[in-house]
Design a protein. Structure first.
Length: 398
């Protein structure tokens, strides 16, 4: 497979609905820290999915075929609303994902993916400076088709960092406030570490990679999943369930760096409410008993019997009907809007409060699965699902 270049400041773009056609150049306005290789060193800012809106030099591709007016066309007023085809595994400090030369932009006046990149903006000639400055772990993440270490085995790849060091850099750092990923070095077997965003940013200017990595580790805490605490809370909401639904939130405790479950407000007959909020473009947050947490998932029960009116003039109260297995359509909408897994306990189907209750799940992509496992009952369950780990892995992209 041929190498895919990353896109940088000054990349040339074109729109397939341009009449002439004309091109325009991409301007990186959303970050000032991350640079790609250039013939004379690190000089060009890396473009990301955060570079949207009027982010071109002239913000026009001439006349627009999608805006006919009599025998002519109206001028294009280019505005990029989103990017596709970006590199999923590399997230910059602005939380944007790196654009590649085959990434495509969408303009509301055109159609999805109507804006293409014709020149990525990098100078492709290699030089000794390229290899001296290239951190192989970072380079391989943003330009995965070429391994710098194979081309330059004996050369230190970063000031203070040898090749053997790079192989040991495999942690993921998440923001203690909302559990969003600050940096993901791409491996699946490293630690997930919690750090305050302002502490993480303090180390961005350190050029000695070993020094930077050691300071990041000293300022962060390894994230763990308290599975038994979560299992206990899940069984508790089953025990509490009768005529109303109950819920727990799967959260990151910003003090202990543990993934735990906290009891949420009681619902009603057939529904619970997740009173989440965001700060700016943060991931969803939740507040329980004055404590603020990053929200990673929710588990709720389906109550033992569900009331339903037979008709609007019914005398003698509502009928009671059995609830349904697994998650609902409302759960699917909530999972998608919050970007978290939603789990439902089939509590209505179990009279014993110590029963091993079946669990359903719906993902943010709308994938519903009934009976993914069971709660631990009296502590002897054989089909226990590690819900905390599932939610954490979803958040960091594992």
């Amino acid at each position: 497979m041929s190498e895919k270049h990353i896109v940088v400041h000054g990349a040339t773009c074109k729109c397939k609905f341009s009449v002439e056609p004309k091109t325009d150049k991409l301007k990186v306005k959303t970050q000032t820290k991350h640079y790609a290789n250039d013939q004379d060193g690190a000089e060009k800012l890396i473009a990301s999915t955060k570079d949207i809106g009027q982010t071109l030099e002239k913000n026009t591709f001439g006349k627009c075929k999608k805006q006919p007016t009599g025998s002519d066309y109206l001028p294009c007023q280019a505005q990029i609303t989103k990017w596709s085809g970006f590199y999923e595994k590399m997230i910059l400090s602005n939380q944007g994902k790196v654009l590649l030369e085959d990434s495509k932009g969408t303009c509301p006046m055109g159609a999805p993916d109507c804006i293409e990149i014709t020149k990525h903006g990098q100078v492709t000639e290699t030089s000794e400076q390229n290899f001296k400055n290239a951190n192989p772990m970072i380079h391989n993440l943003i330009n995965p088709m070429v391994d710098v270490r194979d081309m330059n085995k004996k050369q230190p790849t970063y000031k203070g960092m040898e090749d053997s060091d790079a192989e040991n850099i495999n942690d993921i750092y998440i923001n203690k406030t909302d559990a969003s990923v600050l940096i993901n070095y791409g491996n699946t077997d490293g630690d997930i570490r919690m750090i305050a965003k302002y502490d993480f940013q303090d180390f961005n200017e350190i050029t000695d990679f070993n020094d930077k990595n050691n300071k990041l580790k000293s300022a962060s805490i390894v994230v763990t999943v308290d599975n038994m605490q979560i299992q206990g809370k899940i069984q508790e909401i089953h025990r509490l369930t009768n005529k109303t639904e109950q819920q727990v939130f799967i959260v990151l405790d910003r003090t202990t760096a543990k993934i735990i479950a906290v009891l949420g407000l009681e619902g009603i007959d057939g529904e619970t409410e997740i009173d989440s909020y965001t700060i700016g473009d943060s991931k969803p947050l939740i507040e329980v008993n004055t404590q603020k947490y990053a929200l990673l998932g929710q588990v709720h029960t389906h109550n033992l019997m569900k009331s339903a009116p037979r008709n609007s003039n019914q005398i003698g109260g509502q009928d009671t009907v059995e609830n349904g297995f697994g998650t609902s359509e409302k759960d699917k909408v909530t999972a998608k809007s919050l970007g978290i897994n939603i789990y439902a306990l089939d509590s209505w189907n179990y009279s014993s409060k110590n029963a091993e209750v079946s669990i359903g799940r719906v993902t943010p992509k709308g994938v519903e699965t009934k009976k993914i496992g069971k709660t631990y009952g009296k502590g002897e369950g054989s089909k226990i699902v590690n819900i905390g780990l599932e939610c954490l892995n979803l958040r960091v992209g594992r």
